[in-house]
Ligand binder design. Structure first.
Ligand code: PRP
Length: 216
C-alpha cells in the first residue's frame, strides 16, 4: 500500500484538523511534539504521511500531486484557483468573505463608481467586482492588516475575511456586501481521487460521521 500524503495549512487549521482526525482513529503522535524541526510526519500503521505548509501553498502541493489530500480554507482555494477537487466542508473555521469599509462607502458601491479595493485576495475581489457586479475597480494587493487601507486613505473599501466582526467594529468599519461563506475544506488531487478512490471515499465518509450536521 502506498502512502497517502496530506498537506495541512499551518496553525489553527492544522490543529483542529488533527483533533477531527483523532475522532476517526487517525493519529500522528510525532506531530504533537512542539519542539520538533521535522517537516514530515508518518503514521506507519495506516500508511499516512502529513506535512505542514503555508496555507496558500497547500493547493499547489495538491495540484502537482506532492500531496494527495489538502486541508485548507475556502478563501485560499478560491484565491489560488488550482486544478483540484474540493470534496468536503469540514465545518470549522467558519467566516465570511466581505466587502467592508466606512458606512459612507455604500454609495460608491451602489453607483458603480470607479473605486479602489484593497485586499489580500485579488482574484476573489476581481471575480466579484468584474464578473458578478460588472463594476470596474482598481485592486490593490496587501499582505495583512487590510482594515488599515480605508482608515489611512489607501482604498475606498476592502475585500477581507470577517469572522467575529470585532476588527471592523473596533476600527469604525462595517460589512457593506457579503461575497461568500468560508470554512475549512478538504481538497484532493484529481489523479489521487481515481487511484485512491477507496481510501479517499472512506476518509470522507468517516469524517462526515463526526462533523455535526449543523456544521456541514
Ligand atoms: C483576519 C482578517 C481580519 C480579521 C477578521 O486577519 O483579515 O483582519 O482576521 O477577524 P474578526 O472578524 O474576528 O475580527 P488575521 O488576524 O488573520 O491577520 P492579517 O490582518 O494579517 O490578515
Amino acid at each position: 500500500m502506498r502512502y497517502l500524503t496530506f498537506a495541512l495549512g499551518k496553525g489553527r487549521l492544522a490543529k483542529t484538523t488533527l483533533k477531527l482526525f483523532e475522532q476517526i482513529g487517525i493519529t500522528c503522535e510525532e506531530m504533537k511534539d512542539k519542539d520538533t524541526r521535522k517537516l514530515i510526519f508518518v503514521n506507519e500503521e495506516l500508511k499516512l504521511r502529513f506535512f505542514l505548509a503555508k496555507g496558500p501553498d497547500v493547493p499547489t502541493y495538491v495540484e502537482y500531486g506532492a500531496a494527495d489530500i489538502g486541508i485548507v480554507g475556502r478563501d485560499t482555494i478560491l484565491q489560488e484557483g488550482r486544478n483540484i477537487y474540493e470534496v468536503l466542508d469540514l465545518g470549522f473555521g467558519k467566516c465570511r468573505m466581505c466587502v467592508c469599509g466606512y458606512a459612507s462607502a455604500k454609495d460608491l458601491l451602489e453607483h458603480h463608481e470607479q473605486i479602489r479595493v484593497a485586499t489580500k485576495y485579488p482574484k476573489i475581489a476581481k471575480d466579484y467586482f468584474y464578473n458578478k457586479k460588472h463594476q470596474t475597480v482598481e485592486i490593490i494587493k496587501l499582505n495583512g492588516s487590510i482594515e488599515l487601507a480605508p482608515i489611512v486613505g489607501l482604498a475606498d473599501v476592502i475585500v477581507d475575511i470577517v469572522e467575529t466582526g470585532s476588527t471592523l467594529k473596533e476600527n469604525g468599519l462595517v460589512v457593506l456586501e457579503e461575497i461568500c461563506q468560508l470554512s475549512a475544506r478538504m481538497v484532493v488531487n484529481p489523479v489521487s481521487m481515481k487511484l485512491e478512490q477507496e481510501r479517499v471515499s472512506r476518509l470522507i465518509s468517516d469524517l462526515r460521521s463526526v462533523i455535526p450536521e449543523s456544521d456541514r
